[in-house]
Design a binder for this molecule. Structure first.
Ligand code: MN
Length: 201
């Protein structure tokens, strides 16, 4: 049973350079992301086997691990989508877009949003993510600081934008300078896609 599949990247491995190197993107996608997909599928198989044989399972441990790996898969899938080569007009939000208006309403200005999001990413303790999310019914935009792939989430939030600040995302390019990685990453944010996600397409 292969429920989860490693998606291919919507651009070439070299296309996010100089902000994200071919080497980092290749390892990140082909090794790290693939590992989450494989682990999630293996855990689902374990659950399925226990069902079929009507045997017990350490659900506490299996589901904890499933949460980590499924979230890891989904966040990476989103992460690839919300980036684009800077030559494709990435980096600047749609000036007439509804999202920019909403960001300005919520954060005061786009610059203030960027600062808050960057500070969130910088201050993740250990491995994790900064995420811009939206709750449709509450009409609220929120920044989440997620540890690992699955800690500190709140429910019913649509992920609009996410930034991976695990060391595997930047160490080969930036060594220990996570702040520099974050600063450079803004150049490859695919705002067209973020806007689409906000509009529910
Ligand atoms: Mn990652």
């Amino acid at each position: 049973m292969e429920k989860y599949k490693l998606p291919s990247l919507p651009y070439g491995y070299k296309d996010l350079e100089p902000y994200m190197s071919e080497e980092v993107l290749t390892l990140h996608h082909d090794k790290h992301h693939a590992a989450y997909v494989n682990a999630a599928n293996a855990l689902l198989e374990k659950i399925q086997d226990a069902r079929q044989n009507d045997t017990g399972l350490d659900y506490k441990s299996v589901l904890k691990s499933l949460s980590f790996n499924v979230a890891g898969h989904i966040l990476h899938e989103t992460f690839w989508q919300v980036m684009a080569p800077s030559s494709d007009g990435a980096g600047a939000p749609e000036k007439k877009g509804k999202l920019l208006k909403e960001i300005e309403k919520e954060f005061g200005s786009f610059e203030r949003f960027k600062t808050e999001f960057s500070e969130t990413a910088k201050s993740v303790e250990g491995s994790g993510w900064a995420i811009l999310a939206h709750h449709k019914e509450h009409g609220a935009l929120a920044i989440m600081q997620v540890e690992k792939h699955n800690v500190n989430f709140y429910p019913e939030q649509k992920i609009l934008l996410c930034l991976d600040v695990w060391e595997h995302a930047y160490y080969l390019d930036y060594k220990n300078d996570r702040a520099k990685f974050i600063e450079n990453w803004w150049n490859i944010v695919n705002w067209k896609e973020v806007e689409k996600r906000f509009m529910g397409e």
